[in-house]
Design a protein around this ligand. Structure first.
Ligand code: NDP
Ligand code: GDR
Length: 375
């Protein structure tokens, strides 16, 4: 096993980190992940691939750490001498970044510099390849449709500004020190493992709970927002492909198809057997149940208002529209997404409905679990 590759993933407990860890383990890698110390268990997304650390050489090993802690990162990299680092760790919520801008800048921006400096300081420039989780949020106020690798950036949030620094410091270390370092400019990607406060998961989980009578209304922000949504499983494959080339390059990863948040709500409702229509305008706009078919939505009847607009979910500066052009990824790497946004939505609803039914069953037997609805 001496020649197996060693990878380090920051953000291994997150959506992408969990799929990437699975993917690399299947490829025979020795995978190391950085997890944060928390007062509760925070490894739910990777528990199924967790291995007993008492084994002689487990394939997956977790290290406590934080992107704000230089000495910790340097020590971990020195200890494991990785062939590949995937920097997926971040305060990744755009709306939260307006509330915690300095923390977001430190972790998402300077955190990237800390890793690159550690590679350089340890003399690993020629050994360790570096992937930076860049984002379509860099385009922000879009200058060109669709957005491609050459489209100018105009970030619209503290998150995006921090990621802009991370993008350029990655390019800079590549140019200055000849490091194999590259950016994946990923458009939104989702899955049943998506964090509950991102819009797609908020919708699939919220509507599933409503369908089962666990909640009564889904409160939304800007439902006219347009996004290019793909599946996380497709996108982590591309993260790995980007580090297997002869020369490092930056790539846009997207589907090239765009939908509105409103459409995603309609799709999710339809998967639950609910036909929904929207009426009203602005903050008075509501989603009303037109009809219900099938057994998956015993908690609603025609005429129920199950979606309302709450201005608290509006952002100080919004990214209204994003649409990516993945041509370079297709031509140079042969990457094409395999799961459509509609298929992904169906998968997410199925997973959230299963969980909602479990809660409803427990509730029916007197075990009432609280349902967190803040998002
Ligand atoms: P998640 O929010 O699901 O995961 C983020 C991960 O980062 C979690 O493991 C989290 O740990 C960890 N983390 C947060 N703060 C720190 C810190 N201070 N030190 C170390 N680790 C930290 O994000 P995704 O998996 O969706 O995204 C992965 C990366 O890709 C992020 O960098 C994100 O900004 C970027 N991105 C995501 C896109 C998407 O649509 N999903 C699109 C484009 C870019 P914990 O579990 O303890 O919270
Ligand atoms: P985004 O994802 O900001 O694009 O960042 P999010 O799912 O949070 O929002 C997408 C769009 O939906 C609108 N929206 C709402 N969003 C949330 N979270 N909650 C709501 O109630 C709501 N109502 C409407 C938003 O205003 C926005 O326009 C994600 C993150 O994963 C980033 O880390 C990543 O870099 C980008 O995708 C690409």
């Amino acid at each position: 096993m001496a020649d197996r590759k060693v990878a380090l993933i920051t953000g291994v407990t997150g959506q992408d980190g969990s799929y990437l860890a699975e993917f690399l383990l299947e490829k025979g890698y020795e995978v190391h992940g950085i997890k944060r110390r928390a007062s509760l268990f925070n490894t739910q997304r990777i528990d199924h691939i967790y291995q007993d650390p008492h084994e002689v050489r487990p394939d997956l090993k977790l290290h406590y750490g934080d992107l704000s802690d230089t000495s910790n990162l340097t020590r971990i990299i020195q200890e494991i001498q990785p062939d590949e680092i995937y920097n997926l760790g971040a305060q990744s919520h755009v709306a939260v970044s307006f509330e915690a801008p300095e923390y977001t800048a430190d972790v998402d921006g300077i955190g990237t510099l800390r890793l690159l400096e550690a590679i350089r300081f340890l003399g690993l420039e020629k050994k360790t390849r570096f992937y930076q989780a860049s984002t379509s949020e860099l385009y922000g106020l879009v200058q060109e449709v669709p957005q491609r690798e050459t489209t100018p950036f105009h970030p619209r949030s503290p998150y995006a500004v921090a990621k802009l620094y991370a993008y350029w410091i990655t390019v800079n270390y590549r140019e200055a020190y000849g490091m194999y370092a590259c950016n994946g400019i990923l458009f939104n990607h989702e899955s049943p493992r998506r964090g509950e406060t991102f819009v797609t998961r908020k919708i699939t989980r919220g509507l599933s709970n409503i369908a089962q009578g666990l909640e009564s209304c889904l409160y939304m922000g800007n439902i006219d927002s347009l996004r290019d949504w793909g599946h996380a499983r497709d996108y982590v494959r591309m993260q790995w492909m980007m580090l297997q080339q002869d020369h490092p390059e930056d790539f846009v990863i997207a589907t090239g198809v765009q939908q509105s948040v409103r459409e995603f709500i309609m799709w999710s409702a339809r998967h639950l057997g609910i036909t929904l229509s929207f009426s009203g305008e602005g903050v008075d706009e509501v989603g009303i149940v037109e009809s219900v078919t099938g057994d998956d939505a015993p908690g609603v009847v025609a005429g129920d208002v199950i979606v309302r607009i709450d201005p608290r979910y509006f952002r100080p500066a919004e990214v209204e529209t994003l649409l990516g052009d993945p041509t370079r990824a297709k031509e140079r790497l042969g990457w094409v997404p395999q799961i459509s946004a509609q298929e992904m939505c169906a998968e997410m609803v199925a997973a959230d409905l299963k969980e909602a039914k479990r809660h409803a069953l427990l509730k029916a037997h007197g075990y009432d679990l609280p349902v967190a609805i803040e998002g």
